[in-house]
Design a protein around this ligand. Structure first.
Ligand code: NDP
Ligand code: ZN
Length: 362
């Protein structure tokens, strides 16, 4: 067993908590004493103990002289919990192995400095790439104050998201749809346009077999056309926020408010995606799952604000000039302006394909 093996275990512990720690990062930790794993832990929820606290507690006396593996730099500031760097020093651990540094300005290198000052051996960068990927949402939010945007589409092999008469349930198979449920659980917010609400009346909740967390439902609805009977308004399953213009009906806004919906008014003629993301960031949304439809997808595409694209492709041909594709609007008239992506992952889920891609240079 070596540093990489133990760090892998710490990363797995972190990964298991994906979707439940926002706005905090996901973090895992393993304590090893003389070749024996004596403690393990993960940060479970914002406001509760950090991963290192659980792992060191479990190690007890055996923490003394041990090595601790942490997927993120141990904190050095008094937040909702005392600094983990102090805990490591006080429990007399000998060595700290860190996958990546914390970009949070309150920590950024200070944790490492504190440990080194206390004569603790510190090693940084073991499985760094994997750790950065695992916390990409947290890092993006800390740096930009805007949510990390994942745009998801489910299309037929000929790129259709619905038939010419608007039927879209279901294009992809069960496994692909289950995968989407997991992604909903992992995100703080899920966003659709009013066109999708009117066409499909979706619930936009997480329906994993093992339960899960519902993201906040965000509807782009400039003219406040969301029906008072829409599932996102009436089902009480999750928060719903409607983003609308300044001049929409006060009485409808009041009715929605009474039904528990938050109505957020924006000043502009149309909803500018970059400004929307700043607003959502201010409201604590660190990750946003965009599920369409095609007009909203097009707005996100042209805004340059997409961080990851997830495409499920079903081996079906729908055809039809009027059948919508993932992106409507004018798109990019010149090929040289098209959004260039790199494929990060290709996976088969039942009969369907899942392709994860990211803008080149991200
Ligand atoms: P959208 O869901 O994209 O909603 C578009 C409407 O949203 C606009 O007309 C506009 O109405 C409002 N809106 C507000 N702000 C913006 C903005 N910044 N950019 C774009 N729109 C904005 O509607 P579509 O009709 O394009 O797509 C719906 C179709 O897509 C349905 O048939 C649905 O079944 C299908 N679909 C398929 C999916 C799949 O994965 N297969 C997923 C989701 C939908 P206003 O001006 O009134 O505000
Ligand atoms: Zn900590």
């Amino acid at each position: 067993m070596n540093d990489i093996t133990y760090m892998k275990l710490a990363l797995q512990l972190a990964q298991g908590t994906m979707g439940q720690t926002s706005p905090n990062p996901i973090v895992g930790s393993v304590v090893v004493n003389n070749g024996e794993i004596v403690g393990m832990g993960a940060h479970l929820k914002a406001g509760t103990e950090h991963a290192e606290v659980h792992a060191i507690k479990m190690a007890g006396e055996k923490a003394k002289g041990a090595t601790i593996y942490v997927t993120l730099e141990p904190c050095s500031h008094h937040g909702k919990t005392p600094p983990c760097a102090d805990l490591i020093i006080n429990n007399k651990l000998k060595r700290v192995v860190i996958a990546c540094l914390d970009p949070n300005p309150l920590v950024a290198g200070n944790g490492v400095e504190k440990l080194r000052k206390a004569n603790i051996e510190v090693e940084i960068g073991v499985l760094e790439k994997e750790a950065l990927e695992l916390n990409k949402v947290f890092f993006h939010y800390i740096k930009t104050k805007k949510p990390f945007v994942t745009l998801k589409t489910a299309t037929s092999l000929d790129g259709k998201i619905a038939t010419s008469k608007g039927e879209s349930k279901w294009i992809t198979g069960e496994l692909a749809r289950e995968d989407v449920q997991q992604l909903r659980h992992e995100h703080d917010g899920i966003l659709v346009g009013i066109g999708t609400v009117l066409a499909d009346n979706p619930a936009l909740t997480t329906r994993r077999k093992v339960g899960g967390k519902n993201p906040t439902r965000i509807i782009l609805d400039h003219q406040l056309r969301t029906p008072l009977t829409a599932k996102v308004v009436t089902d009480g399953e999750a928060n719903t926020w409607i983003i609308t213009g300044k001049t929409t009906s006060d009485s409808k806004q009041a009715e929605l408010l009474q039904l528990g919906v938050k109505v957020i008014n924006v000043d502009s003629e149309e909803i500018n995606i970059n400004e929307l993301l700043i607003l959502l960031g201010e409201h604590g949304i660190t990750s946003l799952f965009v599920e369409g439809g095609s007009a909203v997808n097009d707005s996100f595409l042209r805004s340059g604000c997409i961080n990851e694209v997830i495409t499920y492709i079903a081996p079906k041909l729908i055809g039809g000039k009027e059948a919508p594709t993932s992106f409507s609007g004018i798109g990019f008239p010149n090929l040289r302006d098209a959004l260039q992506l790199s494929i990060k992952e290709v996976k088969q889920l039942g009969d369907d394909l899942k392709i994860v891609s990211v803008p080149k240079g991200e």
